[in-house]
Design a protein around this ligand. Sequence first.
Ligand SMILES: Cc1ncc(COP(=O)(O)O)c(C=O)c1O
Length: 443
Amino acid sequence: MRDLSRSNSHYRKARRKLPLGVASNFRYWGDDQTIYVDHGKGGRIWDIDDNEYIDYRLGYGPIILGYADERVDTAARRGMDVGGVFALSTELEYDVACRISKMVPAAELVRFSNSGTEAVMAALRIARAFTGKDGLVVMEGGYHGLSNVVMWGKEYDDWTPGDAEPPIEPYGDGVPAITKRLFNLVPMNDADALEDLLKKKRDEIGMFLMEPIMGNCCAVTADPRYMRDVREICDRYDVLLIIDEVKTGFRVAKGGVQELYGIKADLCTFAKAIGNGYPLSVVAGREDIMRQVGDGVAHGGTFTAHSVSLAAAAKTLEILDETTALADIEARGLELQAGLSDILAARGIPHSFTGHPALMGLFFAEAPPANYQEWAHSDYAFYDTLAPELHNQGILVEPDSREPWFLCESHNVECLGETLDKFERAVDITLPKLKSQKTGTRQ
Ligand SMILES: Cc1ncc(COP(=O)(O)O)c(C=O)c1O
């Protein structure tokens, strides 16, 4: 067990002022497991107890080059000299927009905001204005931020195949019940389900919001055939295809997940990796749709295109576009997968990888799940028991197996070797623990 005494004592202090002692619910890992960070550098972070971790969470994806990357931070410091925000525009916005359009052909026109949530909200509003239809379809297991209209889903915990489908419920309290009327769900990799829904509700539904690699659901991945069908069905039923690339964008390929599938969204959203951790997000898409902005659709915000974030994004995108950074990350991810696989296979542990080597799900069954329902009904006890052991060894992965592992350019050969040694140790601690949990004996 590692020492978390300072984090524990800070937690007790912080919760007097901050709900759950943190600034975002997802950062609360339990009263005695919530970690407070001292600093990060490259692919590693250090907590306030001076525990060092190789980090595969990377802030849920923004860190694509590494923490405190000198190249990006120098650019961001120059962005500080510009002065912040002016309630006016700067020339750099145009340059960054041009870079995005060059990298992502579907991004014909571009608008900035600060968070993924805001970019998704903007995309939905633009789509509603364009189609004149308020209803949306979302993929089961997808996550699109914390705006009311997308905070609905199905809970499969107490459900067994054969039962009636579970009801659509809000993610939490305070979501207006009325927003449920706009919301529809379909499973991934089932084009018939999408078509059946649109046949019934084509007059109400104007957009399909989805991630071909579900960045918040073990990186469960769409079949290329399914994506081709989705594109064709959306066109046939006058439904805009909105690909949410908040996690995949500027990470899985220069042109994001759309490049991997050879598919063009009508609208797409980006955030996370675009600024290597500095807050900037993007809604982009087809010119005729995006021209709704300024022609009826309101879009903007006080902090939009802040000079620090914009300068950081300009540098990050330059690096991603003009160097081999993304190809290098992918190659390192494949090496990591091969190493993890060897360790697991040597112990007869079935496993598979989902997603992309830069954003990968580690799944403990031979065949990866095809949709959220299959994930929810898989046995993730091994992952749940392994994750805390990895933390103790100094490998930081999300305790919830729905969150994929992220890689960045700073995960070098040294990180890789160390990760594999520590992973092996953690697996060897987990196996007897699991066995004793199953037989009810004490370790
Ligand atoms: C696919 C996707 N869309 C939207 C969001 C929301 O982004 P943010 O947390 O920046 O509001 C997230 C966040 O994880 C995401 O993964």
